[in-house]
Design a protein around this ligand. Sequence first.
Ligand SMILES: Cc1cc2nc3c(=O)[nH]c(=O)nc-3n(C[C@H](O)[C@H](O)[C@H](O)COP(=O)(O)O)c2cc1C
Length: 388
Amino acid sequence: MRTFLFIMAIVMACCSSMGESKAASADEAGKVLVVYYSYTGNSRQIVQSLTDQIDADVMEIEPAEKGLQYEANNYALGMQLLNAINATPDAPDSYPAIDPVSITDLSGYDNIIIVTPLWWSQMAAIMQTYLFNYGPQMAGKHVGLIVSSHSSDIPQVVLDAKRLVPDAVWMGDALWIKASNHANRAALISNWIASLDFAQGQSSMDDKLYITIDGVTQSATLVDNAATRELMTRLRVAPITVTLNSSGGFEIWGALGFALPTSNEQVDAQPGDIALYNGSNICLFYGSNSWSYTRLGHIDDLNTSELRTFLKAGESNIGVTLSLAPGSPVKPGDVNGDGEVNISDVTALIDLLLSGETGTEMADVNNDGEVNISDVTSIIDMLLGGDV
Ligand SMILES: Cc1cc2nc3c(=O)[nH]c(=O)nc-3n(C[C@H](O)[C@H](O)[C@H](O)COP(=O)(O)O)c2cc1C
């Protein structure tokens, strides 16, 4: 009875929190890029404080023309550059040239934070050039904005950002750090981060998959496509164990137990390649084959003979576990595959049951061949009994 009440309390807590659509925190966020421009160093210091608090790649934008003094003659050059932009904002020539950027493909980033100075109450012209060129690539991404000014308020900078990145999903209100608050920036940034709606990893896959066969684990590098993104989403919930069989003298393959999005093409599969066949079967190659597959990735660093041994070439009923963490992932009760059995596994198991996704070995806690409510009871008994 005690166990039943405990389960019901957890199920209710789980269901009510699902209705609230909680924003992802920085800790759970997908890959973050911080892009900044800084003329006198304040924005650079802001970026330093920001990246002390979140994991992010950082890219600095620099003007092509060096040594210019934007502040000379009562900030005249800054004004002149902005006037040119404002006269014809749709013309590329209106924007001051910038150096080539180090990251030209933003597809791997889910979240982008722009850090810019304010000039004449507008976004600094140099940052406007970058966003004019790359803002379209930020469509659909979660984008945040931090503005550094001496004292002027930032509504026009926010409008500039919205003009230049029209299809962003704004992560929250822009953060304004004026000179009198600059020393307090770490605390301001910390509060701001807590308020943001970060996107969780979608396009920014961790891109490593771990394959465990008979206690031996090998890493693999995934390609980025809709199939691997969905696979990673499933693996974030729990590792997946499948039973594969040798076939054709070149692969072990078998059903995943669910379908992934396909992007089939004629593939010359090579030893080590991992592919999706017919939408719901995984193939691990120790030889070559040309067929219509969706590419998933490639097993790292094994030669053909090592691959044959690892994949048990020629054998049948090979238990293969896919996970996001190296090492043996199989620990009954460790439903979320984080290496521990604790209350978070109860929640993970309930999420699995509610989603109807039940094909994982770790979730079959009582080892009766099925994943159902009795496994929730078993985990709770394990936790209450300290048997973890
Ligand atoms: C051309 C130019 C125009 C500026 N216009 C303003 C302004 O209108 N209002 C304001 O409060 N600060 C203004 N500033 C000051 C900067 O916004 C402020 O010093 C900011 O912190 C600079 O960031 P940075 O050190 O990263 O370049 C201006 C600075 C420059 C260079």
